[in-house]
Design a binder for this molecule. Sequence first.
Ligand SMILES: [Mn+2]
Length: 580
Amino acid sequence: MQTYLTGEKYAWRCAPRHDEQMFAIAQSYNLSIPVAQTLLTRGYHSKEAIESFLGAGSLQDIADARLLKDAEKVVERIEVALKNQEKILIAGDYDVDGVTSSALLLTCLRPLGAQINFFLPHRQRDGYGLSVQTVERAAEHNYRLIITVDNGITAHEPARVARKLGLDLIITDHHRPHGELPDAYAIVDPHQADCRYPFKYFAGVGVTFKLMSLLYARRGLEMPTKVYELLLLGTVADVVPLQGENRFWVRHGLQQINREAESHALRSLKQNANFAKARISSLDVGFYFAPQINALGRLDDARAAVTFLMSENEARTMEIGEKLATLNRERKEIEQTIVQEALTLLTAERIDVVKSGVLVVAGERWPAGVIGLAASRLVGMYGRPAIVLHITKDGRAKGSCRSIPEINMFEALSSVKDILHSFGGHPMAAGLVVDVKNLPELRERLHAYVAERVAIAELRQTLHLDGELQLADVTKKLAHDIALLEPFGAENREPVFHLAQAVLAQEPVLLKEKHVKCMIFSEGVLKPAIFFNRPELYERLKRQGNESFSLAASITENHWNGRTNVELCGLDVAGLVTAP
Ligand SMILES: [Mn+2]
């Protein structure tokens, strides 16, 4: 049975315990009990599932690229283009996935002598995806082959035009097709109904990588090592599930960047983030680097983004890196402003946030590049789906949606498609275009959609606890076993444990006005715990005295003064004494 607890910030969902299986797994694989429970909680029950997960360094998750529908046809067409020196155009996208995919194709095809160039649309001027205009201009400039990366699965009109102009269009994408497919020369997208590739959750850069790996394998060549760095950055930044084959390549990429001399791009990203750890983890990539690389999409010159990632010229890479640092700082400020203005708007419209199934807000001055991040912030604050829209001059609103696991945003938008101009995306993140006059109806119908599926009164941010913890478990062995579950990120979170019956051994300390440091005592063991960015807990915990409470925490290794200590990183507390 799952149990539920009400934490100070989150609704806790504590995993059930299956002692017999848990002990058997702990014993067979020599794992700490909390890690054995985590495996069970996450659905790894069978011997095969557990071994495949723990052995993510093995090749068994990697499927043959030829299983991707049209992959061989594409590789053969590229070989012809190489042989005949035909001009190839990469049609990418301005986000990290699109930029890393473009850089990956260039990195692989240039050394083989390709006559290749790339085009990235400008977020404001051109909008998302391959356009008819790009196809026409490519034809004017004598290109013979266009390869889309991270987009194209809905490019019906551009495909028609390409065919008319005698250009071969190859579409590579990882977004879900809507109904009919474009009439292109070839389409590689694992979400096609008749694609036999077993793993469906690649980022666009993953699809591009598989194609290039097939081309290189057929030539008997090793791929340039740079591709693993690009694959890592694109996969983590696009927030695709870090499961199956993605997990394998992310791990591989991390090993490589931690082992080899860093690229100019990585050095610049590290400098900007004041990153000083000896080893980069996938969480670090997501937390410190991805937001900076995302700022690439806001550079005036999108080509600079590709130059930065390819990092062939040190001075140029560092120069672009400095711009990224500034853009990232500005982005944080804009995001903050949008969230504040959004809340003011909701109040002005007399919308009760906690009774809304979905938050829908539109503004005229909110830049398209930041609304997705603002939507994520709103989801984080209120635990329900959010749509933030940017109103354009023609009376339309372009929006970004972010969702919660219980609500599939792609399906929710499909249910209201009669009032949308266009929409697309994934269950947790999607985009849409709608007439401003339809916004009230959109809000009403999506609210009804959510209300049918979840109890709105109970919507809060949820914290999933993987297992129970005793303080005596908090050892180097536990930290080591948790590392076996890495890399952490989307769909493979860092484990969070439930420590019941914790008592404070001394008064908490407030650090830098925002972090709270405690000494926790339980069953004869004493351990430090730190809560980052939770200053409100300080007064609450001070009042706790000798009363016991529950702690939700992850495990961290603290390197200090040449010693390594395994400590608790507190995420939330439950069962505090109520204020007098
Ligand atoms: Mn993508």
